[in-house]
Design a protein around this ligand. Structure first.
Ligand code: FNR
Length: 386
């Protein structure tokens, strides 16, 4: 399992499946209900064909760009993912370090195992922080202030999880609130010694953004009930305005799937929107995020940056998203597979693979600068076999 023998994101997924306890692997590799939207995200990306171009000098190529003014080595970021520290001990810290070393942004989830302060202390460049709006608004104010104090340069406000889509596997695995691990899952732990050993050394960390920061929430069991009833179903655009007034750095609204919602997010102060169906984990039956992208980019692309996530598994997919109007794309599961497979080295490998795929694919499309990518690199698909 030397990193150079891992040649695609799927290899990382297979290795993670072997190394991560089943309940946490399933937590990552699942979508809501029938998983139709989870599957559509990848399938619709894969169905977009490139136009092969030749006879162009492609010897000098550049993938560097900016996301909200920040320099990046390619237009990719790591998506916020909860419980990342359960894929690998200190998972958030390792993923943040790998992202920084590579030169792409890392987004820390509200539901992380390591806290904002843990990650800030263990890294040297700024990262982004993702926020869920909870009923306890005083807690949210404190959390935003902590992200500010830690130097986070962007706040990613997720607006598509005020009620939770159901994942069948999580229920069967006892990954509910509160957690009820099954006997099978406890036995499964015995087959993952490397994971257990890592966790045994870092067990002091638990939901560091919340535990110890809310009265009465001192451990995971008291946390579970609190979180379950805290997601605020009254969340509306005026809360986006409220956060905009509280936060003087970049504000990104995550989870819009229509041009009207994207416009509202921008009207209420967002610097960027993320076209996202939460990786198919929320509204099962929603269209893929790539199919929603073009009309949103057309409507608001001149006013704010349009980003996307969902189903990006390769540099080819990143290029497709870019061609259809996304300034940047995020990966969720791919970096989690890398983390579960090989820790920090696995996340780095994931980024290296996508970077190389992006470079080669762009070159074969006859484009030398990522900034010049436009829809003409994709066939219209009207009749590809004519
Ligand atoms: C997520 N996602 C997510 N989003 C968010 O805003 N806050 C969170 O805490 C989480 N947690 C989370 C956990 C896991 C295990 C996954 C897979 C996803 C959604 C995530 O940010 C992103 O939208 C999707 O992961 C993108 O789809 P892909 O790249 O996983 O296909």
């Amino acid at each position: 399992n030397r990193p150079e023998r891992i040649t695609c994101v799927e290899d990382l997924r297979q290795l993670a499946r072997r190394r991560v306890p089943r309940m946490f692997y399933d937590y990552v590799d699942a979508g809501a209900y029938t998983e139709a939207t989870y599957q559509a995200n990848q399938r619709d990306l894969a169905s977009l064909n490139f136009v092969q171009r030749v006879g162009i000098d492609i010897s000098n190529r550049s993938l560097t760009d900016t996301i909200l003014g920040q320099q990046v080595t390619m237009p990719l970021a790591l998506a916020p993912t909860g419980l990342t520290g359960m894929q690998h001990a200190d998972g958030e810290i390792l993923a943040a370090r790998a992202a920084q070393a590579f030169g792409v942004p890392f987004t820390l989830s509200s539901m992380s195992i390591c806290s904002i302060e843990d990650v800030a202390q263990a890294t040297s460049a700024p990262f982004w922080f993702q926020l869920y709006v909870m009923k306890d608004r005083a807690f949210i104010e404190r959390l935003v202030a902590r992200a500010h104090a830690a130097g986070c340069t962007a706040l990613v406000l997720t607006v598509d999880l005020q009620v939770q889509g159901q994942r069948h596997k999580d229920i069967l695995n006892g990954l509910s609130t509160p957690p009820k691990p099954t006997l099978m899952n406890l036995l499964n732990l015995a087959t993952k010694p490397r994971w257990c050993w890592g966790m045994a050394r870092t067990s002091r960390r638990t939901f560091g953004n919340i535990v110890g920061h809310v009265d009465g929430i001192e451990d995971v069991s008291s946390l579970a009930g609190w979180v379950a009833e805290q997601f605020d179903q009254t969340l509306s655009w005026k809360d986006v305005r409220w956060l905009r007034e509280m936060w003087n750095r970049k504000l990104i609204v995550k989870g819009v799937m229509t041009p009207d919602d994207a416009q509202s997010a921008i009207d209420h102060g967002a610097d960027a929107v993320i076209v996202s169906n939460h990786g198919g984990r929320q509204l099962d039956g929603a269209p893929s995020s790539i199919s929603a992208l073009p009309t949103i980019a057309e409507r608001v692309g001149q006013q704010a940056e349009v980003h996307i996530d969902g189903g990006i598994r390769s540099g080819q997919d990143l290029l497709r998203a870019r061609a259809l109007g996304a300034q940047a794309a995020y990966i969720g599961r791919p970096f989690l597979y890398g983390l579960g497979a090989m820790g920090q080295v696995g996340v780095r490998r994931c980024l290296e693979i996508i970077h190389r795929e992006l470079d080669i694919t762009m070159a074969l499309c006859g484009v030398t600068n990522i900034k010049d990518v436009d829809p003409s690199i994709l066939t219209t698909g009207a009749d590809p076999f004519r």
